[in-house]
Design a protein around this ligand. Structure first.
Ligand code: SAH
Length: 353
């Protein structure tokens, strides 16, 4: 058992089962034993690898898309350049490097990172040494400025609740204790007004997931974009509409039972992009598949230019990275991109076609 498993078993035995959302929040951000509070999960030696860690092309193209959106809006200054859940700081570093030569852009931007983990903040500080970066704890703390925002593999870490359809009512999936071990349980069947629309597209025994935390992030970002202008790129694995159990644990690049090692495994759920678009009080575009988005932004040309400077294994790695980011059997289809935007329209790569 992990130290956090002990704590949760005792707590649940004393006060009763908790929601999957409460379990997720404890596992990821417990101050002493949380997954993100105690380790850097990224990279080959960690538990998973993200798009910006696979290739610099991801951040370069995202950066140029954000800079293009800034130009399209008449170069507002100052403008917040924000990232939610920046991991090792690689994505923001690539965005900043790629946009260095966009005239006036660096003078206009105020880079802001939202990061909960002190350990990851330290990683970001060293990756972004030389840049004037501010850290915030919550989206409510974003500066009151026009906004260029990106979040990659951030929303999937936000807690979800799970509900199983039972007749016209719903039973919440809970984490309880059986014989001193964590075990899933089901709450009583109750009608849930918030899930009434889902009675139309689900059947007996179907599971749906909701994330109040993700919806409130989308609402806050959308309100700022509606008020002050800007765009947001929300990139994650997921789909438009939630159906089925997507709550999963990954440890050492392998999937495992989410109750097996609380605090020592990464816990995620698929992002419901339709719910994000509904929650945001501004226009939304997409989601489009990551592979399509990157191709529209010119990843093939960028890949060729970089390949010309590489040889041997470096070149082979580069070609493999391109495939990993874009191919439908790899990250190209599973990962989706949703844009929130103002009246000036969606950022490049998300135009309606
Ligand atoms: N975007 C990065 C890292 C993804 S890992 C990349 O693409 O490589 C998720 C990141 O989000 C980590 O840095 C984690 O500490 C942070 N995070 C997760 N939940 C958070 C929350 N509620 N508030 C702030 N940061 C959070």
């Amino acid at each position: 058992m992990t130290p956090l498993a002990d704590i949760l078993v005792r707590q649940i035995a004393a006060t009763g089962p908790i929601s999957v959302a409460e379990y997720m929040a404890a596992c990821l951000f417990h101050p002493r034993h949380g997954y993100y509070t105690t380790r850097d999960p990224l990279g080959a030696a960690g538990d998973f690898v993200t798009a910006p860690e696979i290739s610099q092309m991801f951040g370069e193209l995202a950066g140029l898309a954000l800079a293009r959106s800034w130009l399209d809006r008449g170069r507002p200054a100052p403008v917040a350049l924000a990232e939610l859940g920046p991991g090792r700081g690689t994505l923001m570093a690539d965005i900043l490097r790629a946009t260095e030569r966009v005239p006036g852009f660096h003078a206009a931007i105020r880079p802001v990172l939202m990061e909960a983990s002190p350990l990851m903040r330290a990683r970001q500080r060293s990756a972004l040494a030389g840049y004037d970066v501010a850290w915030i704890d919550a989206v409510g703390d974003l500066p009151d400025l026009p906004l260029l925002l990106i979040a990659n593999e951030f929303l999937d870490a936000l807690p979800v609740r799970q509900f199983l359809r039972d007749g016209d009512a719903w039973r919440e999936r809970l984490v309880g204790v059986v014989e001193d071990r964590l075990a899933f349980a089901l709450g009583p069947a109750i009608p849930l007004p918030d899930l009434a629309p889902r009675l139309a597209d689900t059947r007996q025994g179907d599971m749906v997931e909701t994330s109040a935390a993700a919806a409130s992030v989308a609402e806050e970002i959308g309100r700022r974009i509606a008020d002050r202008g800007g765009v947001a790129l929300l990139i994650d694995y997921g789909s438009a509409g939630s159906l089925g159990d997507t709550f999963q644990a990954v440890r050492g690049h392998a999937k495992e039972d989410p109750l097996a090692h609380p605090g020592a495994a990464d816990l995620t759920a698929h992002v419901d992009f339709a719910a994000l678009a509904r929650a945001a009080p501004c226009p939304a575009a997409g989601p489009v598949a990551q592979g399509v988005w990157l191709e529209r932004l010119g990843i093939a040309e960028r890949a060729r230019a970089l390949a010309a400077r590489l040889e041997g294994t470096a070149r082979a790695h580069h070609v493999a990275a391109l495939r990993r980011l874009t191919h439908p059997d790899e990250m190209g289809q599973l990962f989706q991109v949703l844009a929130l935007h103002d009246a000036s329209g969606p950022p490049p790569g998300l135009e309606r076609t």
